[in-house]
Every structure is written in structure tokens, then in C-alpha cells.
Design a protein around this ligand. Structure first.
Ligand code: PLP
Length: 452
């Protein structure tokens, strides 16, 4: 981690365990939480946080944990990044809220200008800002329907787009996201994803796209489709990277049939995969793109960016919300994007991949329980299976996660079958810390997969 990314309050960048994990103070707070917080809200690792920065999270017991999750791909620029802290402090002292729909402010406009610059394509673009990823996705559907005069939305197997009513319908996985929460929104149509590890062997990206398109044309009707909504690399669905050629073929089909190609880059965007946006890897230019998570260094902000004529198709007042594009979140976003540009955090994501991929592949060779190693940049995963098969092993995945947590490394799972171990380190994580996290991962596999 360079000095520019560390401030006087940044914790020492080290793995340090002074109690078991979670420690006594965290356990006390967990008990308090149980009587005040709905049990419907879960936590991956119940250590209560005191401070965090760079690549570490320091808990209330004084343990310093290595952060391989970034609060689910959010603090890419580092937690409490000094530039973000300074921008937020300055803005919070000036004004905290006016509501852009009442009296506007420059920060909102500047974020939209930045989004026009950094999202794929050099056409005229406009944006609208919201609070959460799900809200940006909902607004993408609103714009697509309004601009095309069509109603159908096509989504993919394993997709995750959020937890609001419309986005639950767009999300694939039942448990825990949808179970018991229906009825869901109509005019949502699901088609097969390109999932190379679980697909027919040898199927190309173009063939997988043709399979999806045939279903769209025969079961939905090309002229009914307002939008095809896709994560260029699926996030919660298990870091599924579609076969090369899949995304361009789907985007081409959209162009030819008047449907909008909407890239949900909420998890993949803002340097996470080694480019500003994951679509860039195959030169795909979406009509609309959603952003959130990494955009504002931990403050809640999301955006919908698209071709200017589409974004202007909606009547004035048709998009918005009380807090959307909050000035403090906008200040944080501007500092975040500036830091990403100045510090080349896309390059940092590629460097993380260069360190991690060989280690993960070696682990695959050694253990025999990793069916697939995949991802791009600092969005990498291993899919855990029973040896010699593609049968998911969620139980072993859980044990490995718990072993990592006990040794002070925060890792997350994902995947329709709960058997994907995913890694989303802050892009500013130091090389030594990253290597230490990989050592802990190796030890966890060695302990949980005996005889290998
Ligand atoms: C691809 C994608 N879309 C949408 C969302 C929803 O974002 P939020 O949780 O901010 O509503 C997520 C969150 O994980 C996501 O990964």
C-alpha cells in the first residue's frame, strides 16, 4: 500500500490475533445484538469492528484481520481511505443534504460527468444517482421500458440483482433472497447463462449465446424485450465468467432487435476486474450500465448511466428519490474515482490477480477439491467440489471459510450451490498481507482436506 493511500488513522497493516475469533467483547455484542437486531439480518463473521483501513479490519478485541472481502466489493479504495475521509469531512461541514430534486449541487453533476468519462463507449451519456445497487437496477428497468415502449426483461440463471421486489424477481437464487417473499414482478424471463465449468464441455460463447437467444425469441418474442440485463461476471452467483464471445453475441442481438443491453456492473465495476468496467475486456459497450458498491469508498451511492437519448426519454420527475446522489456520498465518490485514476487501481487489481491466480491454481492441483479457479483482476474465486466430480461441496466450503476466519482472514462465499469461495480484497492491499492471507488459505485447506 502506497503512502498516498494510508493516513495517520490507518491501522498497522498486519494480521494480529490477540484473542480467539470472535473474541469476548465481540461475543458480548453478539448477545446484545440478538435481543435488538432482527435475526433475519445475518453476518458472515460476527466480529464487531472498531476501525478498518487499507487491507485490515480491527475488531473490538484488538484483533487485526486481513480483509479479503472489502465489505462485498465496496471499499476497493481501502476502508476510510484518507482522500475519501478528507472529502467527506469537508462536505459534511458545508451541507449534508438539500435533495437534488429540490436545490441541486455541483458534486452530483461532477459524479455524472465522471461516470460519462469512465463507462464504456465514447457516445453522449447521461446519468441519474441513487442510494443502493438494487435501486439503480430498478431504475434501469424503468428507463428501458419507457425508452423502448416494451415490457419484457430478460435475465440469466445464477443472476443477482438485489433484494427489492422487482430485483428479487430479477435475482435467480431462491434461498435466502426470495423464499417466502413472493409474489414477484411479472415480465421477467430467465434464460441460461454461459457457465463454462458447469456447461456442456466445449460449448463456445457464441453457442451459449445462441441457446439463450433461441429461448428469448421463441418464448418471449424479440419485439417484446425492453432489456437484457446481465452481470458481465456474475457476483453472488459464483463469479461466473461467461465463455469468450458470449457477451458480445448477446449485445449484438440486442442491437439488432431493439432491446437494450444493460450491464449490471455493480460488483464488477470501478476497477475491480482490472479495467474501469468488466465489459471492456471484450469491447462490449452497454446501452445502460449500473454502478454502486466500489464507487464511493463505502458511502451509499449508486448510478445509472446510459446513452443520453435513453436517459432523457423519461419525463421530468420520473426518476429520483429523497437521498439519491446525497452530497456527502458524491464527495466520497469523486475522491474515490480520483484515487482510482491517480493510483491506477485497475493496475493494482491486475497485480492482485497475478499474485493470487498461481497460488489458487497450485491449491487446486494439490487438494483435488477445487473444480474451477476463475475470475478476473481482484474478483477471483474457487469452486469447491467432491474430488473428480462437479458435485458442489458446500459443507467443505463452510469449513474452510470458518478455518480462515478463525485464523484472522475474512473470506466470503457465493454461488447458487454455496460452494464458491470468493476473494474481493481491497485494491490497495499490500503484497505482504495478500501473501499472508494466501498462506492462511493454504493452511485451512491442508487442515480441512486431510491426506491431500
Ligand atoms: C451485480 C449486483 N447487482 C445488484 C446488487 C444489489 O446491490 P445493493 O445490495 O447495493 O442493493 C448487487 C449486490 O451484491 C450486485 O452484486
Amino acid at each position: 500500500m502506497t503512502d498516498v493511500l494510508a493516513g495517520p488513522d490507518t491501522p498497522i497493516q498486519e494480521l494480529r490475533l490477540v484473542t480467539e475469533v470472535p473474541g469476548p467483547r465481540s461475543r458480548e455484542l453478539t448477545a446484545r445484538r440478538a435481543s435488538a437486531v432482527s435475526s433475519a439480518v445475518g453476518s458472515v463473521l460476527p466480529v464487531f469492528v472498531e476501525r478498518a483501513g487499507g487491507g485490515v479490519v480491527v475488531d473490538v478485541d484488538g484483533n487485526s484481520l486481513i480483509d479479503m472481502g472489502s465489505g462485498i466489493a465496496v471499499v476497493s479504495v481501502g476502508n476510510a481511505a484518507p482522500a475519501v475521509v478528507a472529502a467527506v469531512q469537508q462536505q459534511v461541514a458545508a451541507f449534508t443534504h438539500t435533495c437534488f430534486m429540490v436545490t441541486p449541487y455541483e458534486g452530483y453533476v461532477e459524479v455524472c460527468e465522471e461516470l460519462a468519462r469512465i463507462t464504456p463507449g465514447d457516445h453522449a451519456k447521461k446519468s441519474a444517482l441513487f442510494n443502493s445497487g438494487a435501486e439503480a437496477v430498478e431504475n434501469a428497468v424503468k428507463v428501458a421500458r419507457h425508452a423502448t415502449g416494451r415490457s419484457a426483461v430478460v435475465v440469466f440463471d445464477h443472476a443477482y440483482h438485489g433484494r427489492t421486489n422487482l430485483t428479487m424477481a430479477l435475482t435467480a437464487k431462491n434461498m435466502p433472497y426470495k423464499h417466502g417473499f413472493g409474489p414477484f414482478a411479472t415480465e421477467v424471463h430467465r434464460v441460461p447463462m454461459s457457465y463454462p465449468f458447469r456447461d456442456q464441455p466445449g460449448i463456445t460463447g457464441a453457442q451459449a449465446a445462441a441457446r439463450a437467444i433461441e429461448i428469448i425469441e421463441t418464448q418471449v418474442g424479440a419485439t417484446n424485450v425492453a432489456a437484457v440485463l446481465i452481470e458481465p461476471i456474475q457476483g453472488e452467483g459464483g463469479f461466473v465468467v461467461p465463455a469468450e464471445g458470449f457477451l458480445p453475441a448477446i449485445a449484438d442481438w440486442c442491437r439488432g432487435s431493439g432491446a437494450l443491453f444493460v450491464a449490471d456492473e455493480i460488483q464488477t465495476g470501478l476497477c475491480r476486474t482490472g479495467d474501469w468496467f468488466a465489459c471492456e475486456a471484450e469491447g462490449v459497450v452497454p446501452d445502460l450500465v449500473t454502478t454502486a458498491k466500489g464507487i464511493a469508498g463505502g458511502l451509499p451511492l449508486s448510478g445509472l448511466t446510459g446513452r443520453a437519448e435513453l436517459m432523457d426519454a423519461v419525463h421530468t420527475g420520473g426518476l429520483g428519490g429523497t437521498y439519491g446522489g446525497n452530497p456527502v456520498a458524491c464527495a466520497a465518490a469523486l475522491a474515490t474515482i480520483r484515487t482510482m485514476r491517480e493510483q491506477d487501481l485497475a493496475g493494482a487489481a491486475r497485480a492482485i490477480e497475478a499474485t493470487m491466480l498461481p497460488r489458487l491454481r497450485a491449491l487446486q492441483e494439490r487438494t483435488g477439491v477445487i473444480g474451477d479457479v476463475r475470475g478476473r483482476g481482484a474478483m477471483l474465486a474457487v469452486e469447491i467440489v467432491r474430488p473428480g466430480t462437479t458435485e458442489p461441496d458446500a459443507e467443505l466450503t463452510g469449513r474452510i471459510v470458518r478455518a480462515c476466519h478463525a485464523q484472522g482472514v475474512i473470506v466470503l462465499t457465493a454461488g447458487t450451490f454455496g460452494n464458491v469461495l470468493r476473494f474481493l480484497p481491497p485494491l490497495v492491499i499490500g503484497q505482504d498481507l495478500l501473501i499472508e492471507a494466501l498462506d492462511v488459505l493454504d493452511a485451512a485447506f491442508a487442515a480441512e482436506v486431510p491426506g491431500r
